[in-house]
Structures are given as C-alpha cells and as structure tokens.
Design a binder for this molecule. Structure first.
Ligand code: BV8
Length: 233
C-alpha cells in the first residue's frame, strides 16, 4: 500500500531527487555506520574521523580508512543502485544526492550524483591539498612535496561539505516535487536538514524507523533493494 503510494507519487512528479546514505550500500556488503554491524560500533568516530585525529592519531586513522577501502575493493553496485540509474535514464528521477563516499551510484551509471561527503578514493595531502595516488596512501607514504600525511577525500567531522555539490543538491531539492530519502539515519548535520528544505512530498525508506522522520509524508520500513524493486514493478 505504502509502496504503491510512493510509486504513484514518483510517477506523477515532474522533478524527483533521491537522497541516500550508507543503507543504500549494505546490500553491496559495505557496512553502514550506526547499525549493530556498523563501523562506529568498532571505533569511536571522534577519535578517527576528525582533523585532530589525522594530526594526533594518524596510524589509527590510516588503518581505519584502509579497512574501509578494503571493504570496497570487491564491492559492486547492488540492485537498488542499478534501479536508480535506470530511473534517471528513463527520466523518472533527476539527481541523486548521497552521503556515501563509495562511488557505487556512479559505478551503477547514475549521471547526476552530488557526493556530499566526498570520495574515499580521492587521496590528497592533508597539509598542501595536492592530489596523491591511492597506492601512495596504501603504502602510507608522506606527501612528496611537503611531507604532510595523506588522507582520503571524505568530509570529516567539523569540516565543510564540498560547496558546489551542496549548493546544487540544495537547489534541486528545493525545486523537487518528490524527495525520496533512502538508507540514512539522518543523524548527521547538515545533510539531515535537506529533506526539510523542499515543499514537495517527502518519502523515507529505511530498515529501521526512528523519531528523526516524523515529519516525512510517507515512511516505508524495508530494505532498499527490495522496496525499490517493488516500486519499480
Ligand atoms: C559541519 C567521515 C559545518 C567520513 C562522517 C559536536 C561535535 C562536532 C561536530 C558536531 C557536534 N554536533 C553536531 C556536529 C556537526 C556534525 C554532526 O552532525 N555530528 C552529529 C553526528 C552529532 N557534522 C559535521 O561536522 C559536518 N560538518 O557541520 O560543518 C561547520 C564546519 C566548521 C565550522 C562550523 C561549521 C560534517 C559531517 C561529516 C560526517 N562525516 N564520517 C567517512 O569516514 O566516511 S559521518 C558519516 O555519517 C558518514 O560519512 C556518513 O555518510 C554519514 C551519515 O551516515 P548514514 O549514511 O546516515 O549512515 P547510518 O549508519 O547512520 O544510517 C544508515 C541507515 O540505513 C540505518 O538507519 C540502517 O538501519 C539503514 N539501513 C541499513 N541497511 C539498509 C538500511 N535501510 C534500507 N535498506 C538497507 N539495506
């Protein structure tokens, strides 16, 4: 019933934007952050995903992102990613704004993707910002120009989001008739503000439902791949 209502809203919409989080990629065997099997159950985000941690706790930061990169090595887009890419080709959705840093929407063929938390494979020097290779990061090399530590191109806590991606995503969401939010706990600012920025219909699809989502028009409890397949049918 809810699935049919969501499908109907998306079919009728002139402009639909999808906002995704880590739950989009768990069906590609990539752990999310805050579930029982998520990364943050093993590590403390504030001791790892911050600028301060790069400067004071680099060995652990490096080991954490190596584990993340390893989890990604064999990962391929899942059915949900592929359905969203197909929907964009068919003109059913206009853009995907994602908090994911894994590149799987792009790998699935989605063209308009706003990577709001960056890209984990884009390595740069933390000191002089010069781009560096993934191999140099794996080898734990220092930046060959200034000797600074290398880091992945993700948005750490306390850092600003990439401004172009943020402004584009915000503009699209403001103009959307439907915003479909998939697989995110909506715990992290400022992305958790985006669904509130539209005057369109808001749909939330997630495995677990929390208080964060009481203002959504439609709330669907379920797995991303399965629910998207049902909406697609
Ligand atoms: C900023 C690093 C402005 C990258 C991440 C106190 C101290 C310090 C900061 C703050 C503070 N209080 C508030 C803040 C701001 C902070 C914030 O929001 N903190 C919260 C958590 C308290 N935000 C920031 O710092 C942001 N920047 O505010 O800048 C500024 C700057 C300077 C000066 C002034 C202002 C930056 C945020 C960047 C966060 N980076 N990690 C990395 O290593 O990847 S956190 C992280 O959370 C990830 O990046 C991830 O993208 C993001 C969101 O997580 P989700 O995708 O939602 O994942 P989660 O596991 O939570 O949820 C997944 C859901 O899916 C679950 O509910 C699960 O049930 C569901 N699910 C699972 N499988 C499925 C499924 N659903 C359906 N189907 C399935 N198959």
């Amino acid at each position: 019933m809810l699935i049919q209502e969501a499908a109907e809203q998306i079919r009728r919409s002139q402009k639909t934007v999808v906002l995704t989080g880590a739950g989009m990629s768990t069906e590609s065997q990539i752990p999310d952050f805050r579930s029982e099997s998520g990364w943050w159950q093993q590590v403390d985000p504030m001791s790892l995903a911050t600028i301060e941690a790069i400067e004071t706790n680099y060995d652990q930061v490096h080991a954490f992102y190596e584990a993340r990169l390893k989890a990604l090595q064999k990962a391929t887009p899942n059915r949900g990613h592929l359905i969203l890419a197909d929907w964009e080709k068919a003109g059913m959705i206009d853009a995907v704004a994602t908090q994911n840093v894994d590149g799987l929407h792009q790998a699935a063929g989605s063209q308009t993707v706003y990577a709001l938390h960056g890209n984990i494979r884009q390595i740069r020097c933390h000191r002089c910002q010069v781009q560096q290779s993934l191999d140099a990061f794996h080898a734990k090399e220092a930046c060959h120009i200034c000797g600074g530590p290398l880091r992945p191109g993700v948005v750490l806590f306390g850092e600003m989001l990439p401004q172009e991606a943020w402004h584009n995503a915000l503009a699209e969401i403001e103009q959307a008739d439907v915003v479909l939010v998939i697989g995110t706990s909506l715990e992290v600012y400022p992305v958790n503000q985006l669904p509130g920025m539209t005057s369109g219909t808001t749909i939330y699809l997630n495995q677990e439902i929390t208080q964060n989502v009481h203002h959504f028009d439609l709330v669907i409890e379920g797995s991303a791949g399965e629910a998207l397949r049902e909406i697609d049918a």
